[in-house]
Structures are given as C-alpha cells and as structure tokens.
Design a protein around this ligand. Structure first.
Ligand code: SF4
Length: 377
C-alpha cells in the first residue's frame, strides 16, 4: 500500500466536520478492501491509456481485475480526459499535462498530500480531474473538499510560474455515468484554505475539537464503536413522547430524519460484532452464531445433465436474453442507441420517501398513481 497522509484529501470531508476523528482512527487498523484494490487497478490502467495517448512508451499494467468491464469503464474516463485535453489544446498551444501527480498541500494542512489523477495547467486555468471507480454513490464536485485540497496542492506547485485565476475540478465516475464539474476562482479557494481549512486542520492534527457524527461517519474506521455516534442515534430512543397518544406530523418527520442513519449505524455495529464473533470467538450476551440461510445448488452440472437425460427428461434448459448492461457493453453505447433505443424503456420506480438532499426530482402523485401505489404496498 502507498504512503498515506494522516489528514488525507480523501478523508477530508470527515476530518473537516469531525476534527478529532483522524486521531481516533489511528487506533484502528487501516485495512484495504478489494474495492480499493480494484480502484488502484482502474487508475493504473487509465494512466497507461492516457500516457499512450500522450505519446509515451509505456507497458500495460497487469492486474487480477483485468476484464472487459475494467477496459470498458476506464475507456469512458479516458475518453472524457482526451476530450478535455483536446479542447484545452485548441485554446492553448502548450498546456502542462500531468498524470498521477503528487499534490502537496502541507502549507495549509500539516503533512498533507494526495494524488491528482489528471492535472492540466493552461494559461490562467487549472484543471483537476479525479477518477472514482466505485459504484456506490455519485459524488458532486461542488465545494468538494478533496478536490479543493488537490487544487491547493496544484496551486502551490504552479503558482510561482503561472498566474492561475480559475480552478476547475471534475469528478468522473464512469460506472455511475456521472461527471460533475465545479469552478471556483483561485482567490476564493485560497480564502477558504486560510479561513476554514487551516484552523480545522490544526484542530484535527492535535485530535481536538468536537466529535460530530453525520453522513461522513460512513467510512470512519472508528464508526463501529464511536461513542459520539452511538449517543446521537440512541438519543432518539430517549425521545420525549408527550400526549396526545399519537405522534404528531412533526414528530414523524423527526423520526424519519434519523431512521436512515440509525439503520446504517445499526448495520455497522452488527457487522463489527459478527466479525469479532467469527474471527475471535467473541461471545455477545444474548447472541449466538448460527448458519445463515442458503440456497440449494448443483455440485456438478454435467453430472446433473447426464443423470436426468439418462432418466428420459429432455426439457431441462432455459434460454434467456443477456441483460441491458451486458447488451450495451456488447454493442457499444452508440450501436446500442441506434438499434435498441425504441426497444428499451425505464418504467417508473415505486414511489420512495427520501431525504430532501437526494438528487432525484420530487414526484407528485396524481389520483391514479396514488391508487396504483396503494395497491402495491
Ligand atoms: S464515527 Fe463519526 S463521530 Fe465518530 S469519530 Fe468517526 S467521524 Fe467522528
């Protein structure tokens, strides 16, 4: 695993909100997941493709994740990067183009550095592009602290040579078909760094400030046993229910507001306790390990075919069409659209209650839809 800053750019959303989290996390092992390894493979392959495009002689990396999928999705990012480079080159003769560039923002955050996947400096504009290979949630580049830290590192690198006025940050998530770009002036970025980042980073490096639970707890290494997080969620149980006997609409809104996060927290605690029980035989009061539910499966498909055929049964195969994603990969986006746009539909999903912050547009139910909905629930 590569070198890692305590106040890393990728975890900045967390330590900027909950400043003591970075030091608390040090008490837990920093384990790497298979998703992180897959992300590294995607970055290496993308870097190879872009270096090739830029005319460098490079060797194609080999990884255990090599697959059509990896090729397909890294191509989406690489195509976007090439389009951007082409556009910038049409306005600026000789832009600086850097791949996998170490960006040191330690002038604001003690020991802080990160890696910019694609950094382009053209006249007075700086572009930072970040590839995120995961397929969890779409991340917006708007006011994104990770991108701002990369940009500050790039400014520190080039500001003495170039008069950079505008910073453009882009997050590309090919598996979610999401590209998000945000633009800010260099002056505004530096004002944020001086006024907000520097003082918060100082608290974080010293393990000071208040524990502040929120959405940023999701990947915190302390999340399973963090007391502040537990207190926050358990506070709901202490809800002061008053008369009348039924909850008011305001009270229901309040419960909804916390329910999602409580579910995530409870799942985290469950996963942590299960892991300890399996790995270390830890016994939790009132709980035991049992075999989970499983589905039957054939141990040897060929022997099954031979046995039932010999017994006179012939109708044993089902043929089915490959799924839409696989079809799109097979045909390519353009051909898929050309051939099948009239034959693919996206039915309306079942109405779902989500938080206002969710990016999906609110729907209004007419009477018929309302009636349909009532039938399905
Ligand atoms: S779990 Fe949340 S509240 Fe606790 S230290 Fe981590 S980020 Fe802070």
């Amino acid at each position: 695993m590569g070198e890692h800053a305590l106040l890393s750019a990728s975890s900045s959303h967390r330590w900027l909100h909950c400043t003591p989290s970075a030091r608390l996390e040090e008490e837990f092992e920093n384990t790497s997941s298979v998703f992180a390894a897959e992300g590294t493979a995607a970055h290496e392959l993308s870097e190879y493709k872009l270096r090739q495009y830029l005319g460098e002689t490079v060797k194609r990396p080999v990884s255990e994740f090599d697959s059509d999928d990896l090729d397909y999705y890294t191509d989406i990012y690489v195509d976007y990067a090439i389009e951007l480079i082409t556009e910038i080159r049409s306005n600026c003769k000789d832009p600086i183009i850097l791949l996998e560039q170490r960006l040191d923002y330690s002038c604001y955050v003690d020991g802080g550095f990160g890696t910019g996947d694609l950094v382009i400096v053209a006249d007075s504009t700086l572009d930072i592009v970040d590839l995120k290979y995961g397929k969890g949630v779409a991340v917006s580049a708007e006011e994104n602290p990770q991108m701002k830290l990369y940009a500050l590192g790039a400014l520190a690198l080039f500001d003495s040579l170039y008069d950079i006025k505008t910073v453009r940050m882009t997050i590309c998530q090919p598996r979610l078909e999401s590209i998000s770009t945000y633009e800010i002036t260099a002056d505004k970025l530096i004002a944020w760094a001086e006024g907000e980042l520097r003082p918060r980073a100082k608290l974080a490096i010293n393990g000071e400030g208040e524990f502040l639970p929120g959405g940023h707890c999701r990947f915190c290494r302390a999340r399973h046993t963090c007391r502040a997080r537990a207190d926050e969620y358990l506070s709901l149980a202490k809800y002061d229910f008053k008369l009348p006997a039924l909850l008011s609409e305001e009270e229901i809104s309040e419960v909804l507001n916390l329910a999602d996060r409580i579910a995530t927290w409870a799942a985290d605690v469950y996963a942590f306790a299960t892991d300890l029980a399996i790995r270390e035989g830890k016994e939790w009061h009132g709980y035991k390990l049992v075999e989970g539910r499983s589905n039957r499966r054939y141990t040897n498909e060929r022997a099954v075919v031979e046995t039932v055929t010999a017994a006179g049964y012939t109708d044993i195969y089902k043929q089915s069409l490959i799924g839409i994603t696989d079809m799109e990969k097979l045909l390519g986006k353009k051909m898929f659209k050309e051939l099948l746009s009239g034959l693919v539909e996206k039915p309306a999903g079942k109405p779902t209650l989500v938080q206002f912050s969710d990016k999906r547009q609110a729907i209004s139910l007419n009477n018929t839809a309302e009636a349909d909905f009532k039938e399905v629930i």
